[in-house]
Design a protein around this ligand. Structure first.
Ligand SMILES: NC(=O)N[C@@H](CC(=O)O)C(=O)O
Ligand SMILES: [Zn+2]
Ligand SMILES: [Zn+2]
Length: 354
């Protein structure tokens, strides 16, 4: 609901794709997400990866303890856990995950595609058919990092080629499997998700809605804009913004906020990942406002995700205000620092009550 478009009150949103990390880093970042979001899908790409329900439940306990240390009141934020799919994930493990009530998805990382993906899948249909069958049967969603890793495929084409080589055969073999195409970045991906038969949805990050690949090279190499899948051309950004603001229930919010220490981003071989947990809703509101679609923000941020995952909508609200918000230059991260996306820049929206 817009009130002279100066204030925007929406159902409290959820983040359907988030990296919280572990140990001391977890302590530094968890409160940022809890300030804006009621729930988040917690990515399992730790070292070692979260491959079993037992590991996921133990990780959940560490997140709950970190929330308490950060002063977040109990019940205010719920972590929705995921497992990391491997070549060896069994049907029994899928059943345990499903019966736990705490695990809400199983994540496909093609081996070598992104940060901490070395233990990922080498051949999805060849090695994971039993697990996929069990997931389809129990309604457990497959969350997909949708890029091929073939070094002969151009970095900017890896999502489009993934659709042909992996997504289409996967969905022919398992048409009722729930699939979330995570951090969608291309026009091709948008078309695929819009037209697919069956239970297919996608998350979209704030950075892919706001920036095209020029941001990576503005005045020099800008490592804090580097993430995977990498930012694409302007026509892809526009397709994503059209999809996110279209009212289609297949697209929902997933920040992919992924903290890396400043020194590992500003590095000869810098890590992939943008930190947006601090200012996620300010970034998304700015993106929606840029095309005069603030009226669609609530569906994207707060309604479509719960509908896909079969969870209730949050009972409380979040209020945003049209006001200048300057993004901090850096934030503490476990004895180091993290540089938030677009550090030092100002945005036109600010979260006021949470
Ligand atoms: N998006 C990224 O660039 N990085 C993520 C991994 C991922 O989501 O692919 C990370 O864990 O750092
Ligand atoms: Zn990913
Ligand atoms: Zn991610």
């Amino acid at each position: 609901m817009t009130d002279a478009i100066e204030n925007l009150t929406i159902t409290r949103p959820d983040d359907w794709h988030l990296h919280l990390r572990d140990g001391a880093v977890l302590d530094s970042v968890v409160a940022h997400t809890a300030q804006q979001f009621a729930r988040a899908i917690i990515m399992p790409n730790l070292k070692p990866p979260v491959t079993t329900t037992e590991l996921a439940l133990a990780y959940r306990e560490r997140i709950v303890a970190a929330l308490a240390r950060a002063g977040v009141e109990p019940g205010r934020f719920t972590p929705l856990m995921t497992l990391y799919l491997t070549d060896n994930t069994s049907a029994d493990e899928v059943r345990r995950a499903s019966e736990s009530g705490m695990v809400h998805g199983i994540k496909l990382y093609p081996a070598g595609a992104t940060t901490n993906s070395d233990a990922g899948v080498t051949d999805l249909l060849g090695r994971c058919a039993t697990a996929l069958e069990a997931m389809q049967r129990s309604g457990m969603p497959l969350l997909v990092h949708g890029e091929v890793t073939d070094p002969d495929v151009d970095l900017f084409d890896r999502e489009a080629v993934f659709i042909e080589r992996v997504m289409q055969p996967l969905r022919r073999a398992f048409p009722e499997l729930k699939v979330v195409f995570e951090h969608l970045t291309t026009h091709d991906g948008v078309q695929y998700v819009q037209q697919a038969d069956g239970p297919v949805a996608a998350t979209i990050t704030a950075h892919h809605l706001l920036y095209n690949r020029n941001a990576l090279f503005q005045g020099g190499v800008r490592p804090h804009w580097y993430c995977l899948p990498v930012l694409k051309r302007e026509k892809h950004r526009q397709a994503l913004l059209d999809a996110a603001t279209s009212g289609s229930r297949r697209f929902f919010l997933g920040t992919d906020s992924a903290p890396h220490p400043k020194g590992l981003k500003e590095h000869a071989c810098g890590c992939a990942g943008c930190y947006t947990a601090l200012h996620a809703m300010e970034l998304y509101a700015s993106a929606f406002d840029s095309v005069d679609k603030l009226d669609q923000l609530e569906a994207f941020a707060s309604l479509n995700g719960p509908a896909f995952y079969g969870l209730p909508v949050n009972p409380d609200k979040l209020v945003l205000q049209r006001a200048s918000y300057v993004i901090p230059e850096e934030l503490p991260l476990a004895g180091s620092t993290v540089v938030p996306l677009a550090a030092g820049e100002s945005l036109g929206w600010k979260v006021v009550t949470n």
